[in-house]
Design a protein around this ligand. Sequence first.
Ligand code: KG4
Ligand code: ZN
Length: 348
Amino acid sequence: MSELILGIETSCDETAAAVVEDGQIVRSNVVHSQTDLHARWRGVVPEVASRSHTERILPIVDQALSEAGVGPGDLAAVAVTQRPGMIGCLLVGLAAAKALSFRFGLPIVGVDHVQAHVHTGFLAEPDMPLPALALVASGGHTAIWLVRGRGDTERLGTTRDDAAGEALDKGANLLGLPYPGGPAIERTAAGGDPRAFDLPRTLLERDSLDFSFSGLKTALLYTLRPQSGAPMPTPTGDVLRDLACSYQEAAVDVLIAKLRRAAERHPVRALCIGGGVARNARLRERLQQDAVLSQLHLVLPAMSLCSDNGAMVAALGSHLFQSGEIAPLELDAVATPQAGGKARRPRR
Ligand code: KG4
Ligand code: ZN
């Protein structure tokens, strides 16, 4: 008998629900992005986000169930993002999961959002060769993980300041491009010269697998700011294109350099990527061209599995459910990610 898990995700600005069968077959994956709602503030406004989740969550869950052709009674469990994220947003998903649990007698599984991104490789390729490296690069997180198996992961390095997506969002803002900045920079950079502007690649200490992106954003600011102290002009045309292209290249260079370091130090067989920045075509191209990284089995998940979604929550939830990690109804939202890498029992 197949096992159906409903995954619910509301940690940031996507209201999402999905049904996954046996931890690997995506039966439905419904995502409502609030991007338009937050665009004028150029960032996610927590109160606006949680209100929108509240309005959307039940219709989204209904849609996920009906697209999968199942009812709540067919489910084995409800998996829900419990951490990390904005508390008001997480609470909406938790409330929906608890209501379903209470009404239909379904077990609840609490899922760590970052671990769900780390495990996306298994959803894209259930037989991903192991051990593997996983890059999670999003608006809130940028880290490299060593993946020994499902639920057995170790963080090798993380950002000391901005996340990669955050750096792209802030850079886009300086360039006068819309939010979210990553896709706007990618579109604007098309056909540009990646070497036109000399922007820094911060690699930290020789052996460090940590990241730092704040210097990149500051360097762009100084590149744009006129010496005279006059108001900063908004770049246009070829200059804007080359600035976007150089900025994107600098961010991608750092991600590639750190992945190379990690691959040289850890004997891995595969490399998978997750998080919104993993949608970037230049990053994907560079991975496929890189002399070291292209030798690994590259797992480049579908775009819909990279940005926030319920399928990744259901897939990791399925593994946790199989391991008996059932949460109590008092399961609470936690703002911070799990300490350490193991996808363990969530804190009560
Ligand atoms: O994983 P995600 O959807 O949400 C978070 O958990 O943060 O990631 C959103 C981030 C944003 O910073 C956005 O600018 C970036 O991912 N992003 C991209 C692309 N699409 C989204 N960055 C580069 N290229 C893209 N195509
Ligand atoms: Zn995310």
